[in-house]
Design a protein around this ligand. Structure first.
Ligand SMILES: *Cc1c(COP(=O)(O)O)cnc(C)c1O
Length: 244
């Protein structure tokens, strides 16, 4: 084993241990929770050791970047599942449907229309999480809470499999109330899967019912550069978001 692969295995074990502790408090085990390794900005050399350590579920936040990296990695290892965890433009819906297995960012009617059409053309139904703007933050993606029930109904009417609800709570505040709120909305809508929790708060998210956690930094280390280019005029705003 190389140093990289030992380190990747150690990080994966540490995350899974923490998952197990939190899961037991809700009568579950780590295996009941899907760990999505968010590999945005990581190159193939950084991803391969985690695959070697046994991780098979990965998340990316940009369609183009995922198209550049994953066809080759998937050819090397069968059985990889790819989740899109970032905002999706309607004009990229067809590309997203072609590449990904699950989408976590369905958050508006126009995207729903584009995804339904892309799924019809591809003759493929992708499970989608409805992303909820749980902190009512202007700069963030996600469906307003008040419009979420209608979006869920519209997705079901369009024959899009609604897998669950997803959120990214506001940065730098206690996330638990937001996780609890997402869980309540899901219960009210008869939805049982919750995509919530990142490196800094996945333990709390699991205790509050997360079924899918999206973890980057705790598995790969700090990202070298921001996931998205930061326009000079937008710096203040970006610094306040989790993209930090
Ligand atoms: C980057 C990202 C994550 C992972 O964040 P970490 O803090 O590195 O674990 C999770 N979800 C989304 C939507 C992301 O963009």
């Amino acid at each position: 084993m190389t140093t990289d692969s030992i380190e990747a295995a150690n990080r994966l074990n540490a995350v899974r241990d923490t998952m197990g502790r939190a899961a037991r408090l809700t009568g579950r085990t780590a295996d009941d929770i899907t760990l999505i390794a968010v590999s945005k900005t990581q190159d193939a050399a950084a991803i391969q050791p985690l695959i070697a350590a046994g991780q098979r579920v990965f998340g990316e936040n940009r369609v183009q970047e995922a198209q550049d990296k994953w066809p080759q990695l998937r050819a090397e290892t069968p059985g990889i599942t790819l989740h899109l965890v970032g905002q999706l433009q309607s004009n990229k819906a067809a590309d997203a449907v072609a590449l990904f297995d699950v989408i976590h960012s369905l958050d508006r009617p126009s995207l729903l229309t584009a995804l339904a059409k892309a799924m019809d053309v591809a003759d493929k139904r992708l499970p989608c999480f409805i992303q909820v703007n749980i902190g009512a933050e202007e700069q963030k993606g996600g469906c307003p809470i008040s419009e979420t029930p209608a979006l869920i109904r519209a997705a079901r009417d369009a024959d899009i499999p609604v897998a669950g609800l997803m959120c990214v709570p506001p940065a730098n505040v206690e996330p638990a109330p937001y996780f609890a709120l997402l869980a309540k909305i899901a219960r009210d809508e008869g939805i049982d899967q919750l995509s919530m929790g990142m490196s800094g708060d996945f333990e709390t998210a699991i205790m509050l019912g997360a079924t899918h956690i999206r973890v980057g930094t705790a598995l790969f280390g700090e990202r070298a550069s921001p996931a998205r280019p930061v326009p000079a005029s937008g710096r203040g705003m970006i610094r306040n978001s989790r993209e930090g």
